[in-house]
Design a protein around this ligand. Structure first.
Ligand SMILES: Cc1cc2nc3c(=O)[nH]c(=O)nc-3n(C[C@H](O)[C@H](O)[C@H](O)COP(=O)(O)O)c2cc1C
Length: 189
């Protein structure tokens, strides 16, 4: 039995490419009807990583800091409880959505999800299989892959498979979708 966590961050709902594809991926991976937790980062946004959050992660006990720490604890618990994580990541202005960045900022906590050692940072969110659907219009995404792999990798999530969805807002949509479905079939074989 594998627990699955699905994160979506598209500002589109019905017409979202990444939401549609995380759904397809989930259906294919969830053949055995495994428990699924959905976290929608747009419908239920996480605040920016601000002064209260920073102070809260360092032990401050103001009300705002306590709230930030409680939310962080909840998000970290969801990751710890999951074996498979599916992330829908549209590309907006050459970057991941700020909502997804906020989620990363809230789960990256020194002393909790990673530690600095003489050999560099060591992450504690281990034994997760991560799938990231990168949906984009057409620009390059190498820097985004590097950012996601480095930040999630620092937390212990090194087993990441990227599914690339490109050209889905163009007349080549059908060919683009076929390509994505081929990628999804290949990772779900
Ligand atoms: C505000 C905005 C900014 C975008 N910026 C980029 C970009 O920098 N590079 C790119 O390749 N596509 C860009 N796109 C296209 C989206 O990545 C593409 O529409 C993708 O399918 C979005 O996923 P979604 O449908 O799940 O929201 C942008 C779209 C929007 C709405």
């Amino acid at each position: 039995m594998s627990n699955i966590l699905v994160l979506n961050s598209s500002v589109r709902f019905e017409n979202s490419n990444s939401r549609q594809l995380t759904r397809v991926l989930l259906e294919k991976l969830n053949a055995g009807d495994q428990p699924v937790k959905h976290r929608d980062l747009v419908k239920q946004p996480i605040p920016h990583f601000d002064h209260s959050a920073f102070s809260g992660f360092s032990g401050d006990d103001s009300q705002a800091s306590q709230q930030a720490r409680a939310l962080s604890d909840e998000l970290i618990r969801e990751v710890k409880d999951s074996d498979i994580i599916i992330i829908g990541a549209p590309v907006y202005n050459f970057s991941i959505p700020t909502t997804l960045k906020a989620w990363i900022d809230y789960i990256a906590r020194v002393g909790v999800t990673f530690n600095y050692t003489e050999k560099g940072p060591v992450g504690h969110l281990k034994n997760k299989k991560v799938y990231i659907v990168l949906a984009r219009g057409g620009g390059s995404v190498e820097h985004i892959e590097m950012q996601l792999s480095q930040t999630l990798g620092m937390l212990g999530m090194n087993d990441i498979t990227y599914i690339h969805a490109a050209n889905l807002d163009t007349p080549e949509r059908e060919a683009g979708l076929n390509d994505v479905f081929t990628q999804i079939d290949a990772v779900c074989h």
